[in-house]
Design a binder for this molecule. Structure first.
Ligand code: ADE
Length: 225
């Protein structure tokens, strides 16, 4: 899979993909993330990419022209399955969306800044608008990093033990059960006996019950979705 990300602060995206699972995905040739600097595509003086909002009001708006220049230039190399604009007024990201996007070949993400991008760009180029939660970030970069991470780890072959994505929280609309590791006893806190029993059928049942209990208690809203 290829993920291209258009940003006005590309430096913000240098760190997140250089470690751990996403680094391994890149090394295995399963995920190729490229960050594109929007300022390379503006024809305005001093690499300007934003301007005052028509109608007035506080805050700048990202101009359509540099965005279209960048997208159309990238489209000469790549056919994108989705052009995703990260924005707080998009559809809230969930595991189902991450699962679906992990099956695509090429994604283009657009990071907004200031008051957002000119609506005409959203109307004519963007195919999906995603929010990572009901709060406002200072730009779309961290949201793009979150989305890329959520998608990247699901690409077949990226995780060593592929079943581990299947038992994540939110797959099956359940939160993950509690987990334990050595030592068996720390202070006087003991690991539940069942997990040491070696009976895998009973362990699976126990984990499922724990998942259901945890979900009922913490996230009844996602049950039976
Ligand atoms: N840009 C600013 N806030 C955002 C959010 N919550 N989700 C996605 N993109 C954003």
């Amino acid at each position: 899979m290829k993920i291209d990300i258009i940003s006005v602060v590309p430096d913000l995206l240098q760190g997140p993909f250089a470690h751990s699972i996403l680094k391994r995905a890149k090394e295995k040739g399963l995920l190729d993330v490229n960050v594109i600097n929007l300022r390379d595509y503006t024809t305005y003086a001093r690499a300007q990419v934003d301007d005052y909002a028509f109608g007035g009001g506080a805050g700048m708006v990202m101009m359509i022209e540099p965005l279209v220049n960048a997208v159309e230039s990238l489209q000469q190399q790549t056919v994108y399955d989705e052009i995703i604009y990260l924005t707080p007024d998009g559809t809230t990201l969930n595991q189902k969306t991450a699962n679906a996007l992990s099956l695509k070949n090429n994604l283009l993400m657009i990071c907004g800044h200031y008051k957002g991008v000119d609506q005409r760009f959203r109307d004519h180029f963007v195919t999906k608008e995603i929010s990572i939660g009901d709060y406002v970030l200072s730009g779309g970069e961290l949201a793009a990093a979150v989305l890329t991470d959520a998608i990247g780890r699901l690409i077949p072959g990226v995780l060593n033990d592929e079943t581990s994505a299947l038992t994540d929280s939110f797959q099956d609309n359940l939160l993950a059960p509690p987990v334990y590791t050595r030592p068996e006893v720390f202070r006087d806190w003991k690991v539940p006996d069942i997990l040491l029993s070696g009976n895998h059928k009973l362990i699976d049942e126990w984990r499922h019950e724990q998942s259901v209990e945890r979900t009922k208690e913490r996230r009844p809203d996602i049950m039976g979705e």
